[in-house]
Design a binder for this molecule. Sequence first.
Ligand code: AHR
Length: 315
Amino acid sequence: MKISQFLPAAMVLVLCASHSALATTIGFSQVGSESGWRTSFSESVKAEAKKRGIELKFSDAQQKQENQIKAVRSFIAQGVDAIMIAPVVETGWKPVLREAKRARIPVVILDRNVDASGDGLFLTRIASDFVEEGRRAARWLMDETDGNCRILELQGTVGATAAIDRMKGFNEVIADFPDATIVRSQTGEFTRTKGKEVMEAMLKAENGGRDICALWSHNDEMAIGAIQAIKEAGLKPGTDMLVVSVDGVPDYFKAMADGDANATVELNPHLGAPAFDVIEAYLKGDRKVEKLITTTGDLFTQATAAEEYAKRAGK
Ligand code: AHR
């Protein structure tokens, strides 16, 4: 005997409609909003979820891993269909990833890495090749300066893949140039404020920056803060001191168009669509998932900065 025999027709209709309208629910633990790039990434994930009718539970960790772990535990408790994590740092993820696995909730890692590859604790990671970004920035700088350059480096968040790998790639390339040296290197935590503050201190310690040929910044946001510090120190950024960075955010294209910055390696912020593709396919039973899905971007210079800025800032 069917339950519907005991229910009025209208109620059966309501039950059927609400069942078919059940949306896929995905929890997303995001690093924070430390940079323009990160904000575009979050916005793009939210827009893509809306387009696909996915119910997105978004959590901003304010650059703290402990907040991310709490958010993931809460997603598990709510019984979401899948979890996406854009991790602050690489270490410390295994216990909570095991909890998600025990609850049979698939996890996708976005952008920075976690030190749990090979343990079958996540479906896939969608990210750029950060080591290559560092290499490309360094190759551009070595070409521009004939390999003769005293460099200041602004590192990203300590322990974050984007900082570890960009530094590695950059150092690998300049190792072939005996007259290229990083004279000072410090973290600016990927933020504009800290980038400026740290740059001020480094310039002070380096005779106002007069013998420095370039700033290598692990992201545009810190570079923009540092450009301000270079100006306040009485130097012309982009001319007296070259500025090379990573991300390709509109504000940095503006700085290049104005002659204050020189080059950036673009980082694609549109990670929502490929992540949802993987998750939706997995939930439908497709188990053939690549362990790493790599995104790419170009290196941009002042040559095309004005037109790129117009496109990106919607002008
Ligand atoms: O992990 C990627 C980095 O994180 C971006 O380059 C930076 O802008 C962001 O905060």
